[in-house]
Design a protein around this ligand. Structure first.
Ligand SMILES: [Zn+2]
Length: 151
């Protein structure tokens, strides 16, 4: 049975969660960093996403601008559930059914999100020579490469 989980989430709550998570300093103009109070609501899309036009530099932006979701027409509820499912390791076929997306679409988003997460991992070596258990999950690759070079 497929639960209508997307329909059960609130659009505005999802937008606010994404704003807090992806724009911790508040949604701002990507051109001049002006706040949304210094912008005019340009339009609100069918799925609740608001486009703003900056009154200082005229740039149009929205919640997804400057994120890997830029240009996407997925609504915020689906993106929240997609992120949640990918973080939990849900299979693409299950996510595709629950979110009414194609399996290929979910697979492509998973690849983009995981590649982005990998790119954001720190590449700095750990400070000491001894490896603690919890450090193995942080950046185990650096010490391994370092050990191979010195051998
Ligand atoms: Zn601006």
């Amino acid at each position: 049975m497929i639960f209508p989980i997307t329909d059960l989430l609130d659009v505005q709550e999802s937008i606010e969660w994404m704003t807090r998570y992806f724009h911790p300093n508040g949604l701002r103009c990507p051109g001049c960093q002006a706040t949304t109070e210094q912008a005019r609501l340009f339009r609100t899309r069918k799925r609740g996403l608001a486009d703003y036009r900056c009154q200082l530099c005229q740039q149009v932006y929205n919640l997804y601008t400057g994120t890997i979701f830029a240009g996407s027409n997925l609504d915020a509820r689906r993106l929240v559930l997609l992120l949640r499912g990918i973080c939990k390791g849900e299979p693409s076929t299950v996510l595709a059914q629950e979110l009414s997306l194609s399996r290929l679409c979910v697979h492509r988003w998973r690849q983009r999100i995981q590649a982005n997460a990998l790119a954001l991992c720190t590449q700095e070596a750990l400070a000491d020579e001894d490896t603690e258990t919890d450090e193995m999950f942080q950046n185990a690759g650096e010490k391994r490469r370092k050990a191979q070079q010195s051998a």
